[in-house]
Design a protein around this ligand. Structure first.
Ligand SMILES: [Ca+2]
Length: 466
């Protein structure tokens, strides 16, 4: 441990630089003058009768990847605007649009790791010198799930995070409905039951998480009930690690569609959670499945995944804005989740107002100050001061407290896994959304929001009421 950076610095080094805007990066390593567009890269949606691999042979540009499950499309790079315009003349082409960057929903990773777990993981780190992954070498971890697994018994003591308490967890039992985490990667982490891994980052097949965000999200949804670490909403549920954002938290619409393709094509998971935003375009507001006036590739791909039976939870975003201004959170087909500020795991607004503390985000049991909201927000779940799994590379404890709607959405994904287990896999995404957003508990069971007594204007996740 002697050569570890001081814990707080090590924990914060990369994510804090990114969070403060001091570091920026994009997939592919270059970016044009427009920060939301991948230069000379295009998503070409093809008509249903076209085979993407055969069509590509006659097109200009270089193929980044084919899409055939979430949408029928090809992503092409090194294609000029003029060449892209010419593609509209192709009878097999339905729609051409620039590939867009997608970015992690901003959250606060700079909180302290759980003190109760620090000692145990310090011991773990002492035993495993190669846990010291330098932040400047984010793509070369080299550790594997197999290397981690034998270390599980070295960690003792399990805490129930406040968010789990607040939604009336933890639940006991076997949770078998898989959840796909479309994020910065997941783990490896001994408290997570990762059953498959796939990278959609160009030229970087490594699926491990060098950011920490995806690992944190995964633990909220499904950390195992195993006597150590934390426990998730659907404890031990199988996790599919689908890496669509690089270590800086940046991806593309193409990498998102790649992730959706992976889940849909392999029929892997009936639930997806994701926490990113793209700059919206007018076409994002158009309905899906209208070839004569098509919506965006991102929206259509998400619709197709939902139509294939996948329940999708999306972080509402942390701008304190109307969620209607943010995609994909604004899409009506998904469940958008805002952040509830809760400090004690209990309803009623009784906890001390921690607004001056690092985690403070308004009064206890209120809508978090920076959570997006508005009439199109589906529901709330705890999102402030949430303790969950984190990459050991950047937290010697392996756990971290983070805040944001990124932390709220996976609570609902875990609940969707519980619901699917209760109701059967035939439960449709629309029916799941209806059940999750119309709790069976009476409004009087709700809490104070906005600092004054009264019913919540938004449904709040409660595992006893779904
Ligand atoms: Ca655990």
């Amino acid at each position: 441990m002697a050569s570890f950076l001081p814990a707080r610095l090590a924990v914060c080094l990369l994510p804090c630089l990114l969070g403060s805007g001091l570091v920026s990066a994009s997939i592919g390593g270059s970016r044009g003058s427009h920060p939301h567009i991948v230069p000379n890269q295009w998503v070409v949606l093809l008509k249903s009768e076209a085979d993407p691999q055969e069509w590509q042979a006659s097109s200009a540009g270089d193929t980044v990847r084919y899409h055939s499950d979430a949408v029928n499309a090809v992503t092409l790079s090194n294609l000029t605007q003029g060449q892209a315009d010419q593609l509209w003349e192709d009878p097999m082409v339905q729609h051409v649009e620039p590939d867009r960057t997608i970015r992690l929903t901003r959250s606060d990773p700079c909180e302290s790791a759980s003190p109760s777990l620090t000692a145990a993981y310090t011991q773990l780190a002492d035993l495993v010198p190669d846990l010291e992954l330098a932040a400047e070498q984010p793509h070369h971890s080299g550790r594997s799930l197999a290397q981690m697994s034998p270390l599980q018994p070295m960690i003792s003591g399990q805490t129930v995070p406040t968010g789990i308490q607040r939604v009336n967890g933890p639940l006991k039992g076997m949770f078998l409905q898989p959840i796909a985490i479309l994020d910065t990667g997941v783990g490896p982490h001994p408290d997570l039951n990762v059953v498959s891994e796939h990278s959609c980052i160009d030229g970087k097949p490594l699926t491990t998480d060098q950011n920490g965000h995806g690992t944190h999200v995964a633990g909220i949804a499904a950390a195992s009930d195993n006597g150590y670490g934390v426990i998730g909403v659907a404890p031990g549920a199988p996790i599919h690690n689908v890496k669509i954002l690089d270590f800086t938290g940046v991806g593309t619409v193409s990498s998102l569609i790649c992730g959706l393709d992976y889940v849909v094509a392999n029929n892997l998971a009936g639930i997806i959670t994701m926490s990113f935003e793209a700059a919206p375009t007018p076409a994002d507001a158009l309905p899906c499945d209208n070839p004569s006036n098509p919506t965006t590739a991102m929206h259509q791909a998400i619709c197709n995944a939902v139509n294939a039976g996948v329940i999708i939870t999306v972080a509402a975003g942390n701008e304190g804005d109307d969620v209607a201004n943010h995609v994909p959170a604004a899409y009506p087909e998904i469940i958008s989740v805002g952040s509830l500020a809760d400090y004690d795991g209990l309803p009623g607004g009784l906890a001390q107002d921690l607004s001056t503390a690092r985690c403070g985000s308004g009064p206890d049991d209120s809508l978090a100050a920076n959570s997006n909201h508005g009439s199109s927000l589906s529901m709330l779940a705890p999102g402030i001061c949430i303790n969950s799994t984190y990459i050991i590379d950047q937290s010697p404890t392996g756990y971290m407290v983070m805040s944001g709607t990124s932390m709220a959405a996976p609570h609902v994904a875990g609940a969707a896994a519980v619901l699917r287990q209760q109701q059967g896999v035939s439960l449709t995404p629309a029916a799941a959304k209806q059940l999750l957003t119309h709790p069976t508990c009476s409004p009087s069971a709700y809490q104070t929001l906005f600092g004054s007594p009264g019913p919540s204007p938004f449904p709040i996740l409660d595992l006893h009421c779904i």
